[in-house]
Design a protein around this ligand. Structure first.
Ligand code: GLN
Length: 454
């Protein structure tokens, strides 16, 4: 049924870069056979899923939205992919994304943009716009995204779906094509909080193949989602971050947020305002740290090891082939990040830029820590605006970057955060997201509050 739905709507939405029809049907039939033969099946047996094209799946084209990897078929599964398969999940295919996960609209994909199912002239968010659009268009009930600065939560918000960035280290990065290694985090995308929790428990947990994976049990997110469903938040302390409003925030988004806060109070939560002053510097710090790490990570695309190779006609040196390949293979946003990152890391500038950004990162972590002495969770709008029009911000990188104003602090601090739908804006009728943030490894707290609110 989901493959049929993809046939019907994906021509217009373009959520998928590759549909693995044969593989999906074979996986579904294998589950049917296991059930028929009385063999035990995994917890998500037979459930279809859309996988962001930044995670490897053995033998299936994986591009990370870039020409650089066109035609590359990875010889191995990411840990996330492997765990999905072990749980019986049916992987439908790979979803569209901004090139190497750099962007907020999916317009930086080398394969054309994805469109928002709510309004095909608008962006579905990014970088994981394909995964969230697939959910919103009912092409898949579950999806996987990755969130370096907001790429799960912001697409979730603007498509009216649920997106969760787990605690950094909570889900393995093995087989996740690296953008900014100290920030990258894979997580679940779904249409309900409980669905996200069920997926979170399947993909989460320690992995010896990722040295930054935390060696603790997966937080009890399914139990928390079930507990929250009773709608009682008595005794739960909720902090409203005062930094996330004012200039650049659509009144319709702020009104939706106020209504959400009022509803949390009605459910019994105790609501207070909390100031996190260094959050104001999160965006500039992120746009030094993320490009710095990207400039280093993307050095591996040297024309020798993966995918594209341009100009290798026997007359050119390896250096010339490398430079021709990188010129042709990377899009403009990726080149911009590599240049910014290389500059910020260069001798004589390191302390002024990268070093200062790391100090801001510490201040943000401290702001979270002192906030969580007073409250159990923090809330904010997920994004300052609803989905903008395709093309509206492509020539204005700063406007594009601002889509992640509210989501970036949690990445810098490594703390978990999610976005759930909080209705439609009374300004333009488009979905608005409510962001709920929790302390590191307390992912279950935000699931409980989200399930109660939902
Ligand atoms: N929009 C942000 C960026 O362009 C975040 C992307 C992400 O989370 N992968 O870097």
């Amino acid at each position: 049924a989901h493959l049929d739905r993809i046939d019907q709507v994906d021509g217009a939405v373009h959520a998928f870069l590759h549909v693995d029809r044969e593989g999906a049907l074979a996986a579904a039939r294998a589950v049917d056979q296991d059930i028929a033969d009385g063999r035990p099946v995994g917890p998500l047996a037979g459930v279809p899923l859309a996988l962001k094209d930044v995670l490897t799946a053995e033998g299936i084209p994986t591009t990370a939205g870039s020409k650089m990897l066109e035609g590359w078929r990875p010889p191995y599964d990411a840990t996330v992919t492997r765990r999905l398969k072990e749980a019986g999940v049916v992987i439908l295919g790979k979803t569209n994304m901004d090139e190497f996960a750099m962007g907020s609209s999916t317009e930086n994909s080398a394969y054309g943009p994805t469109r928002n199912p709510w309004d095909l002239d608008r962006i579905p968010g990014g970088s994981g716009g394909g995964s969230s659009a697939a959910l919103a268009a009912f092409e898949a009930p579950l999806a996987i995204g990755t969130d370096t600065g907001g790429s799960i939560r912001q697409p979730g918000a603007v498509t009216g779906t649920v997106g969760v960035k787990p605690t950094y280290g909570g889900v393995s990065r093995y087989g996740l094509i690296a953008f900014s290694s100290s920030l990258d985090q894979a997580g679940p995308c779904a249409r309900s909080v409980l669905d996200a929790a069920l997926l979170h428990e399947v993909i989460g947990g320690h992995d010896p193949l990722d040295s930054t994976s935390v060696d603790v049990p997966v937080p009890p997110v399914v139990a928390a989602a079930r507990e929250g469903a009773n709608g009682d938040l008595t005794g739960v302390r909720v902090g409203v971050v005062t930094q996330f409003s004012g200039d650049g925030y659509q009144p319709g988004v702020l009104r939706s947020f106020e209504a959400a806060v009022a509803q949390l109070k009605q459910l019994g939560a105790e609501v207070v305002e909390v100031s996190c002053p260094s959050f104001d510097f999160a965006l500039p710090a992120y746009y030094l740290i993320a490009p710095s790490e990207a400039s280093s990570n993307l050095a591996r695309f040297d024309s020798m090891r993966y995918g594209l190779r341009v100009g290798d006609d026997g007359t050119r040196s390896a250096e010339e082939v490398m430079s021709l390949t990188r010129e042709a293979g990377f899009g403009p946003e990726v080149k911009r990040r590599i240049m910014i990152g290389t500059y910020a890391l260069s001798s004589g500038y390191y302390d002024a830029y990268y070093g200062s950004a790391q100090k801001v990162r510490t201040l943000i972590t401290r702001d979270f820590a002192s906030a969580f002495e007073r409250v159990d969770v923090l809330v904010s709008p997920t994004t300052p605006t609803t989905a903008f029009r395709i093309g509206e911000r492509v020539d204005d990188p700063l406007a594009m970057y601002k889509a992640d104003l509210c989501t970036i602090p949690a990445n810098l601090a490594g703390t978990p955060a999610l976005s759930i739908p909080s209705g439609l804006s009374d300004e333009d009728g488009l979905p608005v997201g409510l962001q709920i943030m929790a302390p590191a490894l307390q992912d279950h707290r935000m699931y409980r509050v989200a399930a109660a609110y939902e």
